[in-house]
Ligand binder design. Structure first.
Ligand SMILES: Nc1ncnc2c1ncn2[C@@H]1O[C@H](COP(=O)(O)OP(=O)(O)OP(=O)(O)O)[C@@H](O)[C@H]1O
Ligand SMILES: [Mg+2]
Length: 154
C-alpha cells in the first residue's frame, strides 16, 4: 500500500476501494480512518473485511466499541485477526488500553482499523512500535467521496 487517492461516486465503489486496500495488507497494520458522520468509513471497512475473507456481516461497532473477526491475511494466506474499532464514544487512550489494545498491538497477525481516532484526545501517546501505520480519510465532495490513503510509518 502506498499513498493513494480514489474518487468514489457510490457506496459499492467505496467498498471496492476497501477491497483494494485490504488486498495489500500483510498483518500488523493499523489504519486510522477519519471522516465525518456518514462519510462512508464503515462501508470502506466492509470492503477491507471482504478482502480478508470475512463473510459475516460487519456491523458498525458504535456501541460495542470494537469487534474482532477471524481472517486470512491476503499476502501470506496465514490466519489472522481483524479488529474494527469505532472510537466515537472514547475520549482517552486509557479507555482503549482497557479494551486490550496493547495485546492487539503485540499480535503481528492482526490488522486493525479505527474509525474516529480523533475522538481520543491523547492519541499521540498511542505507541505503535513495529507497526505499519496508514492514515485513511474520506471527504465529501459534491455527492462523491474522496478517499485518501497516506502511509505514515513502515
Ligand atoms: N460514495 C459513497 N461511499 C460510501 N458511502 C456512500 C457513498 N454514497 C452514499 N453513501 C452512503 O453513505 C452512508 C455511509 O455510511 P457509513 O456507516 O459507512 O458512514 P460512517 O462514516 O461509518 O459513519 P459513522 O461516523 O456514523 O460511523 C451509507 O448509507 C452509504 O450507502
Ligand atoms: Mg462507521
Amino acid at each position: 500500500m502506498r499513498n493513494d487517492k480514489f474518487l468514489s461516486p457510490s457506496a459499492s465503489r467505496t467498498q471496492e476501494i476497501g477491497c483494494e486496500i485490504g488486498k495489500s495488507l500483510r498483518g500488523g497494520e493499523i489504519i486510522f480512518l477519519s471522516g465525518i458522520l456518514g462519510a462512508g468509513k464503515t462501508v470502506l471497512v466492509r470492503g477491507i473485511a471482504k478482502s480478508l475473507g470475512i463473510r459475516s456481516k460487519v456491523p458498525s461497532p458504535t456501541f460495542n466499541i470494537f469487534r474482532v473477526y477471524d481472517c486470512v491475511l491476503p499476502k501470506s494466506k496465514r490466519k489472522g485477526k481483524f479488529y474494527h474499532f469505532d472510537c466515537y464514544r472514547l475520549k482517552k487512550y486509557t479507555e482503549l488500553r482497557n479494551l486490550g489494545w496493547e495485546e492487539i498491538l503485540a499480535d503481528s497477525n492482526a490488522i486493525t482499523v479505527l474509525e474516529w481516532p480523533e475522538c481520543i484526545s491523547d492519541r499521540d501517546v498511542i505507541k505503535t512500535p513495529d507497526k505499519k501505520i496508514i492514515a485513511a480519510g474520506i471527504k465529501l465532495e459534491n455527492n462523491k467521496r474522496v478517499v485518501n490513503i497516506t502511509v505514515l510509518k513502515r
